[in-house]
Design a protein around this ligand. Structure first.
Ligand SMILES: [Zn+2]
Length: 331
């Protein structure tokens, strides 16, 4: 099916298919991003696939591309060809890999975006050398991936570990997933804003952030809270401390489940790690089962940042070309 080109010389395209934007990058075998194009995410499946097609063709005019990988925020079939369900994208039970592969004449594979990011951090970033690695990507929600002995663990049905929806508070905050009290409702960028509003309602405090919340609670964002905490705003500092507690407690759950040696904190909120990571580590160390009598996971922050998903799925696409007998990409 393919001539045996040394895979170290292949260039592949990794595409981050987000709810707002599509970003496509040419990535080499060292995980270096050589070229990137971006476009808004269309709202129909056909238009989305057209946009991806156009992005790859634009990059293919400048580079010789061997395969394409799509990092998707959604459930992916075990053969990595079909998007089963993606809450922010117009694909449902959609055989996206076959359709795009037929159009592009290239192998195409799909991966859950958190898995792709975890793989990138393992191959080229903060998770290098880890044995049992958990990636916790904290943004509007929580995305997670698990690597065991250098392999992504996808479970029996291809569903990535949905750590963000572990219930930590029975009858807690409502979650878009339909449940209540999910971890990501207390430990995410969205949660920073929700916590600020809740705290202010029960325990008014004078601060710049408190004044903003009172004026227009709907405009509050996690980024705003983090910025205020950086400036020492008393409400924001308390919110950040609450976030650190939930992160630490969640990591204790994660350690009870998987006993990782390494946890990588990624996602938009990770850029504020100096504001919460030490405190989260203390909560984690005291909440984990067998506290004081067991080794703990090292906590690190992402090295590859927002590009991790593209880099990881490009690397997975490269591996699929390298081992065509698995037939995953072109099937
Ligand atoms: Zn949930």
């Amino acid at each position: 099916m393919t001539s045996r080109i040394d895979p170290r010389h292949l260039l592949t395209v990794g595409i981050d298919v987000g709810g707002t934007n599509i970003r496509a990058s040419v990535v080499d075998a060292d995980g270096e991003v050589l070229d990137t194009v971006a476009a808004p995410t269309p709202h129909s499946a056909r238009a989305l696939e057209d946009a991806i097609d156009r992005s790859v063709r634009e990059l293919a005019r400048r580079h010789r591309i061997a395969a394409v990988g799509l990092a998707v925020a959604g459930f992916i079939s075990t053969d990595q060809s079909t998007v089963l369900f993606a809450p922010h994208l117009p694909w449902q039970n959609a055989p996206v890999a076959q359709r795009l592969s037929a159009r592009l004449g290239l192998p195409v594979l799909l991966e859950h975006d958190a898995n792709a990011a975890g793989w990138a951090e393992y191959r080229f970033g903060a998770a290098a050398g880890g044995q049992t690695v958990v990636l916790v990507a904290i943004g509007t929600g929580i995305g997670a991936s698990l690597l065991i002995d250098g392999r992504l663990y996808r479970g029996s049905h291809g569903i990535a570990p949905e750590l963000g929806h572990l219930q930590v508070v029975p009858q807690g905050r409502a979650c878009p997933c339909g449940k209540h009290g999910c971890w990501e409702r207390y430990c995410s960028g969205t949660a920073l804003a929700d916590t600020a509003i809740e705290m202010l309602a029960t325990d008014p405090v004078r601060s710049v952030l408190a004044r903003d919340v009172s004026r227009d609670p709907g405009s509050l964002t996690g980024r705003r809270v983090a910025g205020a905490a950086q400036d020492g705003d008393p409400l924001a500092v308390r919110v950040m401390s609450d976030f650190a507690r939930w992160l630490g407690l969640g990591l204790a759950f994660v350690s009870d489940l998987f006993d990782p040696d390494l946890v990588v904190i990624a996602g938009g909120v990770s850029s504020s790690a100096p504001l919460f990571l030490d405190e989260a580590r203390e909560h984690y160390a005291s909440a984990v089962t067998g506290a004081g009598h067991r080794p703990l996971a090292r906590l690190r922050t992402t090295q590859l940042g927002e590009a991790a998903g593209m880099i990881g799925v490009a690397e997975l696409a490269r591996a699929a070309v390298d081992a065509p007998v698995t037939g995953r990409a072109a099937r």
